[in-house]
Design a protein around this ligand. Sequence first.
Ligand SMILES: Cc1ncc(COP(=O)(O)O)c(C=O)c1O
Length: 394
Amino acid sequence: MRADRFDELFNHALGAAQQRHLRRDVRVFEHAAPGRSLCDGRKILNFCSNDYLGLSLHPALIARVCAHVQRHGAGATASRLVCGTSPACAGIESRLARAKGTEAALLFSSGWQANAAVLPALLQVLGKDTQVYVDRLVHASLHQGSRAAGIHQIRFRHNDLDHLEDLLCSGAGRPGHRIIVTESVFSMDGDRCDVAALADLAQRHGAFLYLDEAHATGVLGPDGMGLSGLAPGGVDLAMGTFSKAMGGFGAYVAGSRALCDYLVNTCSGFIHTTALPPAVLGAIDAALDLVPSMQAEREALAHQADALRAALRSLGFDTGASSTQIVPVLIGDESRALALSRVLEAEGVLVPAIRPPTVPRGTSRLRIALSAAHTRADIDRLTRALSQALETVA
Ligand SMILES: Cc1ncc(COP(=O)(O)O)c(C=O)c1O
């Protein structure tokens, strides 16, 4: 018997996605060097990796990963509350809390899992009548967390703090706590929120501030440890990942001791999963050593991003409100974004087309992610390829 009895349903859904230019397929890439990959045996200039500082291939991370595996083995063997909390794990959490300026921090398996699991745990103690104010462009994992918590989001216009304040004021008479959920750097737009102003707003309205620092960690803020450092004590929960600029894998949540102790006791995604393995902890540990001293790389990255935006804008491209290493080229139509991405790839330049549901309908785009390792020549090649692609696709 073949397990294909339901394939007609799956194929029907796939066909519908294909027709709308929204089908996705897994492809294989080999990472050759920061900003460069091999695809189908061909060298390609990579502008879609989140390895912003090139740490995934850094010798110090690789050496620490090997040392941890040789000393502690391949797996963590158990969940955190059983016997999965190794000295390395506890040590990293203490270092993280110091680096984020919080009382405590906790490791999670991934950023997606942290967001999907922490929000429901928070809502459990804040209560079902909590008003949850969410920037409309936050990451899918934060929407997943809201769905899992069974709450109705109150969405504010992207990075529009006046709109957020209006909504907070109009909900002022309602019972229940308030929580504001947003990101410090938006993954598909490359713009940032005003963390100090948000912290002030949250303080004035008695709201809990939840900040996703996935794309800021390693790149922005004091010592590169994210933008929450710009509002000391103003962010109630800062979450971030080690899977992007930190070059490895895993995620963290930083906040008060009571918050972390509460999550240890209630958050299913922390409790009911195996702890991060030694290899991953080794990479995190080495990245935490390196990142504070990588100011020159951060400056180079910011400089290249400025140069890229200026070049793209002079060619008439719309890069939105990007002010970081993530530079979108707003296209609009899904099929056109896809066609441009394909032409670029044929020219040896990898820039993905980002389409709904990752971004709102009608805002499909090319998402350029820079690495500190990209050179001025790489950026020139990208802008030339883009302007040629535009002619081809037009
Ligand atoms: C804003 C944001 N939060 C969370 C995540 C999930 O992080 P991870 O890849 O570590 O699961 C991502 C990843 O793309 C992200 O962009």
